[in-house]
Design a protein around this ligand. Sequence first.
Ligand code: NAD
Ligand code: UGA
Length: 470
Amino acid sequence: MKTQIKKICCIGAGYVGGPSMAIIADKCPHIVINVVDKNKQRIDQWNNNNLDKLPIYEPGLKNIIKKCRDNNLFFSNKIEENLREADMVFISVNTPTKTKGIGAGQAIDLKWIESCARQIGEFAKDHTIVVEKSTLPVRTAQTIKTILEAYTAKEKKEKVHSRSFSILSNPEFLAEGTAIYDLQNPDRILIGGDDNCALNALSDIYLNWVAKDKILKTDLWSSELSKLISNAFLAQRISSINSVSALCEVSGAKINNVAKAVGMDRRIGQDFLKAGPGFGGSCFKKDILNLIYICNHYGLNEVANYWQKVLDINYWQQKRITKVIIDNLFGTISEKKIAILGFAFKPNTNDTRESPAIAICNDLLEEGCYLSIYDPKVEKSQIQNEFSKFSGNSFNKSWNLAGSVYEAVSEVDALIFLTEWEEFSNLNYEIISEAMNIPKWIFDTRNIVEYKKIKDYGFKLWKLGEGIST
Ligand code: NAD
Ligand code: UGA
């Protein structure tokens, strides 16, 4: 039997739900897609006529929204109505780390997934294919199945028209900042499931723009676990290169030269070998914590400890950067003014979740300095929100958001690059030099500054993975 998908409902209009459904809408004009979310403000932002005010900034996104929105792509809060009409439902809701109870600080909080399963159980009609798009602990599909079966069992007992469900796992591998490109040109599409008809229905959607040999069909548990392991492997490479960055600084080697030499071995490869202030983003930390939790749950404590080290190095890298800055500013930054260039966890996104800038800025503020922060896409309320999670409102008066790099560097003792935004690669160091206090320190954690271009302006430069340039 062939299932032809005509209507999709996606629960969750976030960083994954919004862009991934926009691409399906663009590539499959024959399918109507309703993206629903319980957050009214987010939906209003998706429906904003001013495409510069979408809730997410991703290169290329606004053109696709312009083309598809209100044609075959709709954003609304009408969860019940759209679930009733859908042949296929994507679950694309947040899966954060639990903050309370058993597994707090490690396990994934599945309450949003459970509430989706209940909403689907309540409202879906006939046969519905349910697709896990969120990143989930291995065997979560069983939880969803059990909840849905409870709804159909009730119907069977009451002898009313019985509905049915197929569950698929289809994890998302997009990276923020390149989400549209990644969705249009995926390395692979992974679909796990045990119902061939459902597997084919989903793979038929992707076949509209993805080559057949890139669509990998597996069992459910392998699909769920592969997503966690992919993120763990990527994060592990970053922690590996970051650990080497510290060794370079003391030994005189240069991290970029080492990364290049190592990465040219095709068995290793060049990607994800950029040293920096530690990985941020909403997923690496939470997914590795979850992996650790799962390993411990199965009694695999050595495996759990191995992955814990990836997180330990990430934390240590952020702490040691703060220490380097304070040590070089004569051991004290109290009442000094410091410019922070870049607050997003990576360029080309306005996302600040788990950005290394949060912990580094917070540690600097604890030492009594004043921060002048500039980021091309991050808004003041986001920074305020991130700081308040760490330290309440204690530092409200200790920082400002500047409107440009040149405004941020006015009368500062040091400037710190924390995100590698393109505009930072072409700065006028003559103007910056005139604006700063002496000695003019630059701390570059993202390999942005070339010493030979700035040395005539009297700067002192510390580069991550190289140390002080002379
Ligand atoms: P997000 O927080 O940006 O969006 C999730 C949305 O789901 C929110 O708007 C929330 O209001 C909504 N929601 C939650 N429960 C709901 C419910 N019951 N009904 C209706 N709406 C509900 O999250 P995200 O970054 O899009 O991540 C979603 C999932 O995708 C996570 O599991 C994440 O690990 C995974 N993922 C994220 C990325 C990424 O780059 N952000 C990449 C790959 C995978
Ligand atoms: C990451 C993965 O790359 C995606 O495949 C995955 O889908 C996603 O997580 C997810 O599950 O959420 P993302 O976090 O958006 O994507 O961005 P990355 O490009 O992976 O960068 C993560 C962090 O690592 C950033 O802070 C970045 O600056 C840092 N990084 C990355 C480095 O420090 N060095 C590198 O070489 C690469």
